[in-house]
Design a protein around this ligand. Structure first.
Ligand code: ZN
Length: 243
């Protein structure tokens, strides 16, 4: 049940000021994603959209204690630059932007920040959390939302047993459940596209991921996996707030 607005960029300055003065806002979630190729059928924004979706739903469950900061919609995606449309930040730039957002939140009085990541390439940021925490004097932590899933859970829910993979069964299922408008099968002709993938070790996986996304993904799997991630992130954030 939606009980209030938790997305920082949708609030007015009065709403934020009053919530901070009343000490209602105790933590913030910073979603990090990417703008990068997601095979032939998913939109470039998938990682950003999924991190935001999980963060938003988790924060709604913790209302009014938690706000969601504006997502970082471009990540570290150098490895996908051969696919037109991919945008990439250098790792140092990405970390610097994340720090500045955390510092902004800290200066407004937020004491617990959880980075909820949706793109595996952004993981270098995890190594900076201790440094962020020290420099800002607050609690800053990093997670990728699929860390919610145990190996057994993945094997039980996904026929491919492969998570997160890339634009395959898992991500396509999640899109089906959370934002089906981001899936575009019309006009897709994988064989006819005559792809000449250069990235070593990926050329052979791309067609497998394509088929897994097309043949195995279902909205039901996506719903189960989204809900598991939402409650896991909410618990993690609540744990940070409770100390
Ligand atoms: Zn992805």
């Amino acid at each position: 049940m939606i009980i209030g607005e938790v997305r920082l960029w949708k609030l007015t300055r009065r709403q934020v000021r009053e919530a901070m003065r009343a000490a209602k806002i105790k933590g913030a979630i910073l979603p990090t994603g990417s703008t990068e190729q997601h095979n032939e059928h998913l939109e470039m924004e998938h990682d950003t959209a999924s991190a935001l979706y999980v963060s938003h739903q988790a924060a709604l469950g913790l209302y009014p204690q938690v706000v969601v900061a504006t997502p970082m919609a471009v990540g570290i995606s150098e490895h996908w630059m051969e696919f037109p449309g991919t945008l990439s930040l250098r790792p140092d730039t990405f970390v610097a932007v994340a720090y500045d957002i955390c510092e902004s939140l800290q200066r407004h009085g937020v004491e617990h920040i959880l980075v909820v990541n949706g793109h595996a390439g952004n993981r270098p940021l995890a190594n900076h959390m201790e440094d962020f925490g020290k420099r800002l004097g607050i609690d800053v932590q990093f997670c990728s939302y699929w860390e919610a899933y145990s190996e057994d859970f993945v094997q039980e829910i996904l026929d491919s047993g492969d998570c997160p993979a890339h634009a395959a069964e898992f991500e396509t299922s999640l899109a089906m459940a959370a934002f089906p408008e981001n899936i575009h099968w019309e006009g897709v002709d994988y064989e006819g596209a005559n792809l000449k993938i250069q990235r070593e070790g990926y050329a052979d996986r791309d067609p497998i991921y394509f088929r897994d996304g097309r043949d195995l993904a279902t909205p039901k799997k996506g719903r189960v996996m989204a809900d598991e991630a939402i409650s896991w992130v909410a618990n993690k954030m609540q744990g940070m707030i409770d100390g």
